[in-house]
Design a protein around this ligand. Structure first.
Ligand SMILES: N[C@@H](CCC(=O)N[C@@H](CS)C(=O)NCC(=O)O)C(=O)O
Length: 196
């Protein structure tokens, strides 16, 4: 059995792990923590994740604990031998897109998500301009990558899973007009049909 430690109010980062768990059809139980107010619950996470964030999974079959959402996607893909080739160029390509999501796309969206949903008045115009410029350039990268492809790395993979929950809120959070990114817009619909 897998235990998923998750945020009571959900959100794109835990959503990607839930999508992956659904893809694998592995049985899991959820432990919900209110990450905005449950100080004791958050502190208790430190025995599993020194950064005290969710999602975290604990796999009773192996005793393995994994935090960082993209590490969780890799762990589950390898456990079930799906959505990530075991070797070769496409594996590296998928890992490349995952790392880019952690370091750039998801990081900037995470900041926008935090400030715009929790304390918009603290986000300066300078920050908004910088974040929106970054997101426009990242969307262009996705648009180019998706030109001539159904999925980010040819076949549906954990690369698609890690971007999808962010892309459905791009218009609201990052002032992106998806009509300027038609390949990306079509991909969102394609992934939605598959995962929802
Ligand atoms: N890079 C981490 C980010 C995790 C993250 O920020 N999770 C949010 C909830 S969805 C959280 O735990 N926030 C509480 C905090 O940052 O203190 C990942 O991909 O797992």
């Amino acid at each position: 059995m897998i235990t998923l430690y998750t945020n009571k109010s959900g959100g794109p980062i835990v959503e990607k792990v839930i999508l992956m768990l659904n893809e694998t059809r592995l049985e899991y139980i959820s432990v919900e923590i209110d990450m905005s107010s449950d100080i004791e619950g958050i502190n208790n996470l430190s025995s599993l994740n020194p950064n005290k964030t969710v999602p975290i999974i604990k796999d009773d079959d192996t005793g393995v604990v994994v935090y960082e959402s993209n590490a969780i996607l890799i762990y589950l893909a390898e456990k079930e031998n799906m959505l990530l080739p075991v070797s070769g160029a496409n594996r590296i390509n998928i890992l490349n897109w995952l790392m880019f999501e952690s370091a750039n796309f998801g990081a900037v969206m995470g900041e926008l998500y935090y400030y715009l949903l929790k304390s918009p008045s603290e986000l300066s115009n300078h920050h908004i301009k910088r974040y929106e410029e970054k997101m426009s350039s990242y969307c262009l990268m996705l648009e180019n990558q998706l030109t001539g492809r159904e999925y980010l790395c040819d076949e549906f993979s954990i690369a698609d899973i890690t971007y999808y929950p962010w892309t459905v809120i791009l218009e609201d959070l990052a002032n992106i007009d998806l009509n300027n990114y038609l390949q990306l817009k079509e991909w969102i619909e394609r992934v939605k049909t598959r995962v929802e």
